[in-house]
Design a protein around this ligand. Structure first.
Ligand SMILES: Cc1cc2nc3c(=O)[nH]c(=O)nc-3n(C[C@H](O)[C@H](O)[C@H](O)COP(=O)(O)OP(=O)(O)OC[C@H]3O[C@@H](n4cnc5c(N)ncnc54)[C@H](O)[C@@H]3O)c2cc1C
Ligand code: FES
Ligand code: FES
Length: 1307
């Protein structure tokens, strides 16, 4: 192939259950274990690695173990597989094999790990569904010392049916799963390393070569061979871990025709301890570097190891373990990245490099690169080794990144100071910074200015003003965050200053949580300078109502039944769309997309692409036999652009070829010329300027607004922007289209939440009746709303190509393609005017929402409507008006995302609520409680609230979180700490549930087994599990007799998308009804044979099948004009309380505690429901604090993968998380008194956002600032730091807006 194939690509051809073509480098879903014999250590090492980055050629002599290799459902499960499944740690399951293999690799090296080892093992794995807690909970059972032994437990009801809250009340815990049932881990039973590979490694003496279509891979066995080859091929690319080169080739489209892989050369892998320090061969992995330095730190005196400690601190936050296991020290230095984490440390420490070429060797100090990613090496030279010196001075390193774990730096730094003998007069100072220029830079002017000065306040002042002058950035600098980056250079120096002061004063060192942990984590009483980042084990607990005494054992409703596919997901046996084996004559499709936001297409030249190997055809609008117009509600977009493009990423056409690599390469060779058009509308502000709105503009109003404002004691106005969100389902969009060859029939295997919509839009484009198109959905690797409507375009393009060629066609988008074309959650901007009394009671509210819809309507109007329906969140406001403008912009169309506008509408509500409290100087919780709805009140859309449980959720949440004591503790903490602050917030939610249509089909076979089908799709939420529970109770048979294979349009037709949280309600009712009809039909057979059993009755019954359709419809007749009707069937309620700690100098924050109390009615399955609460909550944490999509002013999306777009990782979960399902709250409007659960918990993460705001308020107080201030969402480190105004921020004022073009714009 054109690029060295990755291990992942190879494995996916070998095994249908290797599901991953994502090729992203940062999600860990492709983790496998690599075992290698190390001759110099005489042992086999096992490491987790990312299959998508491991070049196949580099695996000579290695053994690769995949998840299928360690156990299976039918054979024997491995304990690692069993425990994640049984502890409910697998929802959609797409991340599960990677997580299993990360832990498996750890256990192969260390069968009795500590919790910290487990957390480290997962630094490179992401999960979008579970919220991580159950995974850690299940795997905690492998540790010997378990700091906390919490498992989710059932609280049995006390006799008076009240929640036993206080510790004095007797509680009978019943574990959600029983760890005693788990298979024991027996390390002696693991597969052994093949001895022949060991022999092969020992006898490897010659250069090995592998030749591909365009690449020659050479693996020399000795240094001489390497230097000889480097002379022969001076432009050959060296590759060790491939974590940099692999990403370059994939995303920058670079090609290296000759690759030299020096991974096995002894001199590049040796470690020598010398008088000056430790010398590491350039190919030593970062994991090995860390191990050796840790050992040295354990043995050597502290004064010698400050540099080692600093390197270790950087390594702790450097990528994930999978990357560190393969990435080499030399690879990091030689990449010369301006945001390398090691180069600033190595430069400040005076590390020495040895360079070699044939016959020559050179020793020199590491210096900043020549220019962006350019080193001083000549083409013939290689880096042989690196000397890391012992220290005789004060040394520290800092890294600030958007996410603490596995993230690249915003600013990184190494700092060292030496004092004149017996004094604190500066003799030598080195300050190096990454992230401030195209190369790592040394603050030379500042360093020389401070020479000879006393280490004290005056020096600090000088240093800061000098750094502010020296570390400048142009306001348009790539990477953006200019003010923040400049401030960081000062803040980090201040940390260093305090650290040295501290050491000079020889104070006792403790971290913010009171433990002596970490190496540069440093705190003095009242001068804590770092947020507590010690690795803390997550303590979690959850409570829910046990099934009533006397419920039959086989009745599984209300019990924490495991997700039915969990075991298969943990063993890699679960089949996703792309696991469908290749059809014999199948082709692969790659999209051709626009590079302009608004333009007409002048010409398309496919000549070069079509001449490339493997290319079969290109597909454009003219190839669509039916209609090119598409869209889920209105047909206002094209399947393939005709003459105009309206966003970067607009799909123009596709290339179809024999393989994915060929299709992708050819798609890049298609030349398109454009005539750019004006205006280019990217942001909401642009849309307001150009009055670019979709119609209609929606309004909801009640009461008399003028009178309300007249009555109010105070009126305040404010505004807020809330960013969008990428779905980041682990399984990207995928479709396999198979033409049947008769009557225009086509079968499509799709990862979609919306089988019916896909069917109708594909049929429309193909120009055939819907009856000729069958859509089949087995399961999705996550959906979250992103596969409700946007998935249909890809399916249609693939179907068009398949019909044109009369051959099966497949496409699974790579992560970057998916992020580019599919859109996400709508960014919102809200302006509000709020009238309130002295008490805090809000009497009037006028709010205007603007959403950024992108280039087509999609579901944007309904999303805006839901935002308006949630504009008052949980508060009763007599006079209110909300208006919603849906902005039409030149971005990819934004779409549904868990919460569907609710999280945007409610966040802006909480913003004005917080402003009201701040302006009155009242506690926010007091103002919130005062305004909260009570039973019987009306919403702005005139719906009367009955069965309201908000007050119960609120009171229980305050009690569970020990709110009063917590608040008191925070006040004490904040008094004692200047540079870290804690914040607390409690936030309620009321989420409306409305119904759409669903259906179910049940077959009973004569052997008594039941095949169930329903209209919903399984995307990890456990819908199929719940449906089996419902059918099992209704039919009165064990759940093991009931099976669900898939969702398909030829079994249950005309269904609505699986969305809006209501799928269990709807499909559950349909399943229940279908089963009841069947039972009714069985009645005569039961009467005839009363002593018989299920099998007896069904084997004699003549009528085995029933189709039952049930239909409820959207909004139940709400009319916006007259404000009459009932938009929602019922409401879900919940309350969350969160505590955070912020680092005022860097803007980092740590989630310390969250308590959630949520009303789910009578839970159908508490394990699945708690999983939804935790998963939804963590997605909300991402939305409100972490995830930031960055667009250029021209509408180009920068954040197109896990490298730049950060979803929450394992380390982001609150250290202490409690989820309680409200007891005794049956819901008479849904199946078996349950309630919807998918979306409502997401908004509860707003408690984290407002806890951060609370902490910022405390920080601002220190600078004499009070009253309302604007904090936009997400509350990123940049926003937090900028809001904590102080003397450092004053030295780095932002450039005047309008005087420059920013690198990225807020859309
Ligand atoms: C998901 C992910 C996360 C990451 N996180 C971080 C992070 O947190 N911090 C950070 O700093 N970096 C990070 N990186 C970047 C990368 O992992 C590191 O730079 C790594 O150290 C590169 O090592 P490698 O062996 O994989 O390099 P390769 O990709 O194999 O090579 C990198 C460069 O070094 C050259 N090279 C390698 N060895 C030699 C030699 N002996 N002589 C001359 N040239 C040589 C190669 O020719 C190439 O130009 C991340 C990368 C990924 C994919
Ligand atoms: S890290 Fe390999 S697919 Fe994401
Ligand atoms: S279960 Fe982890 S991504 Fe879905």
């Amino acid at each position: 192939p054109s690029l060295p194939p990755s291990l992942l690509l190879y494995l996916s051809h070998l095994s249908p259950s290797i599901q991953l073509f994502l090729d992203c480098g940062g999600c860990g879903a492709c983790t496998v274990m690599l075992s290698k014999y190390q001759p110099h250590l005489s042992k086999v090492l096992h490491h987790s690695v990312n299959g998508c980055l491991a070049p196949l050629c580099s695996l000579h002599h290695c053994a690769v173990t995949t998840v299928e290799g360690i156990g299976s459902v039918a054979g024997k499960l491995h304990p690692v597989q069993e425990r994640i499944a049984k502890s409910h740690g697998s929802q959609c399951g797409f991340c599960t094999p990677g997580i299993v293999m990360s832990l498996y690799a750890l256990l192969r090296n260390n069968p009795t790990p500590r919790m910290a080892d487990i957390e480290e093992a997962f630094q490179g794995n992401l999960c979008r569904c579970t919220g991580y807690r159950p995974i850690l909970e299940g795997y905690k059972t492998f540790t010997k010392v378990r700091p906390h032994n919490h498992t989710l437990s059932i609280l049995r009801m006390s006799k008076d049916h009240r929640l036993p809250l206080s510790s004095s009340t007797s509680v009978l815990p019943a574990p959600l799963y029983n760890p005693a049932d788990f298979l024991p881990l027996d390390p002696t039973q693991e597969i052994i390393f093949p001895p022949e590979l060991m022999v092969d490694t020992l006898t490897h003496q010659h250069t090995r070569g592998f030749r591909g279509e365009r690449v020659l891979w050479l693996q020399p066995a000795s240094l001489d061979q390497l230097l000889e080859l480097k002379t022969q091929y001076p432009n050959a690319k060296m590759v060790v871990g491939n974590t940099e080169v692999g990403i370059e080739m994939k995303f920058k489209n670079l090609l290296y025709p000759v690759i030299l892989a020096p991974g096995y050369i002894p001199e590049l892998n040796t470690i020598q301890h010398t008088d000056e320090g430790i010398v590491f061969g350039a190919s030593c992995s970062l994991t090995l570097l860390g191990d050796v330095l840790k050992a040295a730190v354990g043995k050597l005196p502290l004064y010698q190891t400050e540099v080692f400690n600093a390197v270790l601190e950087q390594l702790r936050w450097f990528a994930g373990l999978q990357i560190r296991n393969v990435a080499a020290i030399g690879g990091n230095i030689m990449t010369a990245s301006p945001i390398s984490d090691l180069n600033p440390v190595f430069m400040a420490a005076g590390c020495k490099l040895t360079l070699m070429s044939k016959g020559k060797s050179l020793l020199l100090s590491l210096q900043p690169g020549l220019s962006y990613r350019k080193t001083i090496l000549t083409p013939e030279e290689v880096l042989l080794c690196v000397l890391i010196p012992y220290t005789k001075k004060h040394f520290a390193a800092y890294k600030q990144s958007p996410r603490r774990e596995d993230d690249i730096s915003i600013v990184t730094s190494g700092m060292s100071v030496t004092f004149a003998e017996g004094s604190t007069v500066v003799k030598h100072l080195a300050l190096s910074y990454g992230g401030m220029a195209a190369t790592t830079v040394m603050a030379k002017n500042t360093a020389s200015r401070l020479l000879g000065k006393q280490w004290g306040e005056e020096l600090l002042q000088d240093a800061c003003s000098s750094l502010a002058e020296e570390m400048t950035l142009h306001p348009s600098a790539p990477g953006g965050m200019v003010t923040y980056r400049r401030t960081l250079t000062l803040s980090l120096f201040y940390k260093f200053y305090l650290t040295v002061q501290q050491k000079l004063a020889s104070c006792n060192v403790t971290t913010a949580c009171g433990k002596r942990r970490g190496l540069n984590i440093f705190q003095m009483h009242s001068v804590c300078v770092c947020v507590c980042v010690c690795v803390c084990v997550c303590v979690s607990s959850g409570t829910f109502q046990a099934v009533p005494d006397g419920q039959k054992e086989e009745d599984v409703v209300g019990r924490p039944m495991m997700h039915l596919s969990a075991l298969k997901q943990a063993t890699g046996e679960a089949v996703y769309c792309d696991d469908i084996p290749l059809y014999e004559n199948e082709l692969y499709l790659c999209l051709i997309t626009s590079t302009k936001a608004h333009a007409t297409i002048q010409s398309i030249d496919t000549a070069e692409a079509e001449s490339m190997p493997g290319v079969v055809t290109c597909v454009f609008a003219k190839d669509i036999p039916g209609s090119n117009m598409t869209g889920p509600i209105v047909y206002d977009e094209t399947v393939l652009a005709d003459d105009t493009v309206t966003c970067v990423g607009h799909i123009i056409g596709a290339v179809v070829a024999d393989t994915q690599a060929h299709a992708q390469r050819a798609a890049k060779a298609v030349r398109i010329t454009y005539q750019e058009l004006q205006p280019v509308i990217i942001t909401i502000q642009d849309a307001i300027t150009h009055q670019s709105f979709f119609q209609p503009v929606r309004t909801i109003q009640r009461g008399d607004l003028d009178q309300g404002f007249t009555q109010a004691d105070h009126i305040l106005e404010g505004e807020m922007h809330m960013g969008g969100q990428e779905h980041f389902y682990l399984e990207t969009n995928v479709t396999v289209a198979v033409p049947k060859g008769e009557d225009g029939e086509m079968e499509l295997f799709v990862s979609t939440q919306s089988a019916t919509k896909t069917q109708s839009l594909v049929a429309k484009a193909l120009g055939v009746p819907a009856s000729r198109v069958v859509i089949r959905v087995k399961r999705m690797g996550g959906g979250f709303g992103g596969k409700e409507s946007r998935s249909t375009t890809l399916s249609t393009v693939v179907a068009v190509a398949a019909q044109k060629l009369k051959r099966p066609v497949r496409c699974m988008l790579d992560r970057d393609e998916d992020m580019l074309v599919t859109g996400g959650r709508h960014p919102f901007y809200g302006r509000y005017k709020v009238g309130f009394m002295k008490s805090g009671k809000v009497v009037a509210l006028e709010v205007t929402y603007y959403s950024n819809a992108g280039n087509s309507m999609d579901l944007s109007l309904s999303i805006m409507e839901r935002a308006l329906f949630h504009m008052e969140n949980s508060y009763s406001i007599a006079n209110i008006r909300g208006r919603g403008y849906v902005c039409k912009t030149h971005l990819p169309s934004n779409t549904a995302f868990r919460g569907f506008g609710g999280p945007q509408g409610m966040l802006i509500a909480e913003s004005w609520m917080s402003d009201v409290a701040l302006s009155l100087g009242l506690p926010a919780e007091q103002v919130r409680r005062l305004n909260m709805y009570i039973q019987g009140e009306r919403t702005p859309y005139s719906q009367i609230l009955d069965h309201i449980t908000l007050d119960r959720c609120w009171d229980q949440c305050l009690e569970i979180s020990s709110f009063t004591q917590r608040r008191a503790g925070i006040e004490t903490y904040n008094r004692d700490h200047r540079w870290t602050k804690r914040g607390l917030s409690v936030v309620p939610t009321k989420f409306g549930i409305s119904f759409t249509a669903a259906g179910a089909l049940a077959h009973i076979y004569t052997d008594g087994s039941v095949l169930l089908t329903h209209g919903g799709t399984e995307m990890g939420q456990g819908l199929n599990t719940k449906m089996v529970q419902v059918a099992s109770r209704t039919l009165g048979i064990p759940s093991s007799k009931i099976h669900i294979t898939e969702t398909s349009t030829n079994t249950v037709p005309n269904t609505s998308p699986t969305a809006a949280s209501a799928s269990s309600d709807l499909n559950g009712a349909a399943v229940h009804n279908a089963c009841e009809i069947l039972l009714h039909r069985l009645e005569p057979y039961k009467t005839k044979n009363p002593k018989g059993c299920w099998e007896d009755w069904v084997s004699t019954c003549q009528s085995y099948t029933v189709l039952f359709l049930i239909g409820w419809y959207h909004y139940l007749g709400y009319d916006f004009e007259t404000n009459t009707g009932r938009p929602f069937n019922y409401f879900s309620y919940g309350v969350a309380c969160s505590e955070v700690e912020i680092d005022c100098l860097t803007g980092s924050h740590k989630n310390i505690h969250t308590s959630i109390v949520i009303d789910v009615g009578n839970s159908l399955n508490p394990a699945l429901d708690i999983g939804q609460v935790e998963g939804g909550f963590m997605q909300g944490v991402g939305l409100y604090t972490l995830e930031e999509l960055k667009y250029s002013p021209e509408g180009y999306l920068f954040t197109r993968g896990p490298g730049m777009y950060k979803i929450p990782a394992f380390g982001d979960i609150p250290t202490d998380l409690t989820v309680s399902l409200l007891r005794d709250a049956p819901n008479d409007k849904a199946i078996f008194s349950s309630k919807a659960i998918g979306e409502p918990p997401l908004f509860l993460a707003a408690s984290v956002f407002f806890a951060i705001k609370d902490a910022i308020i405390a920080a601002r107080k220190e600078s004499g600032l009070s009253g309302p201030f604007r904090l936009d969402s997400p509350a990123t480190p940049e926003r937090i730091r900028n809001a904590c105004e102080d003397r450092f921020t004053k030295l780095c004022p932002p450039a005047e807006p309008g005087t420059f073009t920013p690198w990225a714009v807020v859309v």
